[in-house]
Structures are given as structure tokens and as C-alpha cells.
Design a protein around this ligand. Sequence first.
Ligand code: ZN
Length: 350
Amino acid sequence: MPAPIRVVSDPRYLDHEGPDGHPERPERLVAVSRALEEFEGQVEHAPPREAEADEILRVHDRAHWDRVRQTAGTAVERLDPDTYACGDSFSVARLAAGGTVDLVRSVAEGRARTGIAAVRPPGHHAESDRAMGFCLFNNVAVAARALQADCGLDKLMIVDWDVHHGNGTQHSFEEDPSVLYLSTHQFPFYPGTGDFGEAGRGRGAGATVNVPMPAGCGDLDYLGVFERIVTPVARGFEPEMILVSCGFDPHRDDPLASMEVSQEGFAAMTVILRQLAEELCGARIAFVLEGGYSVLGLTEGTRALCGALSAEAPEVETETPELAEGSNLHWIVERAAAVHRGRFPEIGTR
Ligand SMILES: [Zn+2]
């Protein structure tokens, strides 16, 4: 049996609690934890620590750090129309970032085979200078910068399959050729960014790959995108480690979004990324929880992830979907190829 999956989890992640009815609620992680219990013996739990200011400040500015710090010990307040902080949120957000940093470092340094950061609040909408979209600190961006600063890794790939575009992560790295950010997301949709033409800027031109997808896409569309876009981009970029912004809101039961991904779909996406990590970067891959607002979606997503990561040598059993003229997949692949074929000529093949 493969070595266990390291999981960062902690009951303190439930202490970030907002107004009644807010979708980013503690019950989300309760669902993830229950699903993790089904994999007893195949996961090892690691407690988180609070990230230090200098780790957060690699991504965020001092004014944003201070703004979140000032919420410590206060009543619930709004940092943007969607994003709350309670008296514990500063501490919990530091635990989310610190837990993610330690997890990715343990994988990078070979102390863990692979990992899942089962953390909240999520991170990928958080901009350098502000909280946004339920996110306080950008956990995956802070973790990527830690890998570069402390682990001697340079070229990193962040695959963001959350159903929303990770505007904060994109903006953190869009001028940096060393971190390739690839996002699949429903479009047009919150937060409005992430069209095909957003492809990096300056020295980072070409190292941002956006794959906006129309509402209603399901397992076969995602499988096609992962085989015909994500795979050739990863092979062309040759990352030293893959980080996955893993939201379970493309799930068909999610109340905020309109995609149709099932447990089998998330499993196939996980298998493809795991195989790419094994092929390209010594199997170094870690998954960081982002969104997902249905208990069923979070449960099935976590099951899919753990199943695909704990199997001996999992394969995708579904055949690669054809690029049928007029299909969503055909349109998506054509548009992505039009932007990126100079650097990644294999887009469209598999
Ligand atoms: Zn999301």
C-alpha cells in the first residue's frame, strides 16, 4: 500500500464563523472530516501552526495584514460584501496559511508522499491588498512562495479547479514566469476575471492559462480539458511541483455554481494530476481546499481525492472525449489553443 496521505486538519478551523446562512460555514469542514474518516489508515493527520507575518507578507501587503489583524477579538464584521471576519478569524486564517505551508514543504522535502490541506477560510480570491470572496489570506500563493524561498524549488504549477476563477492567485503570479497558474472555471461568473486572453503579463506572459467554461459542463468536459489542455501545458512547462487549488464547487449539487461534476469526475481529475506529477516532478503534488458549498459535494469530492491518491496505480478508465465540432469541449480547446499554441503546441492533443 502506498505511504499515507498527509492531511492538515484541526478543529480550530471551525472557529471562523460568520453570519447565519453564510455559505462559507464550519459545516463544510465537518463534511470533509467525516469523509476523511472513511480512509483511516491511509491518511496521517498533521496539526497546523499559525503562519508568521513574514510568510504572509511574501504575497500580501502590510496594510492588508494589519486590517485582518485588527479583527482579532472583535465581533463579526465584513471586509468586503461577501467576506466576514470574526474574533477568531485572524488566528484561523494564519492557521490555514501556516498549515498549507508546512504541508507543501513536507511533500517537497520528501517527508510526506502527498498531501491535502483541509483548511478554511479559503484563499484564492484574496488579493495582495484585500480580502475578497470569502478569502482572507491566499493560502496557495503563500505556500508557493514558501517553496521557492525555503525549499529550493523554482518552477511551480498551480492548477485551480475551483469553479470560480482564482483572481488573487493569478494576480500574485501573472508577471512571474516561474509560477504557472492554470485555472478551469465557470464563465461568465464570479469574480468576472479569467477569460482566455488573460495569459500573463511582462516576463510572465504565457505563464497564466485560463480555461473559462460555460455553465453546465460535466465529467466529460472536465476530463477533456484535463487531457487536452492541462496535460500538454504541464508537460511543456515541466514544473518541479504541482499545487492544486482544490474547490469542490464544480460538483453537480453545489448551490452557488452550475457545473455537473460527479465523484467520478473529481477522481479522474485527481488521477490525471497525480500521473503528471509522477511523470514530471518526482510525484510532488499537494491539494489545498478552496470552495465547495454542498455537504454532498464536499463529501464526494474528498472521497474522490483520497481514493485516487491512496490507490496503488490508478488509471482513468473513461476514454478521452472526442473534439466533436460544435461541442463545448471543441470550443474551449480551440480558444485555449489560439492563445497558447505558440508556447504549448500540443494543446488539443493528449
Ligand atoms: Zn469557488
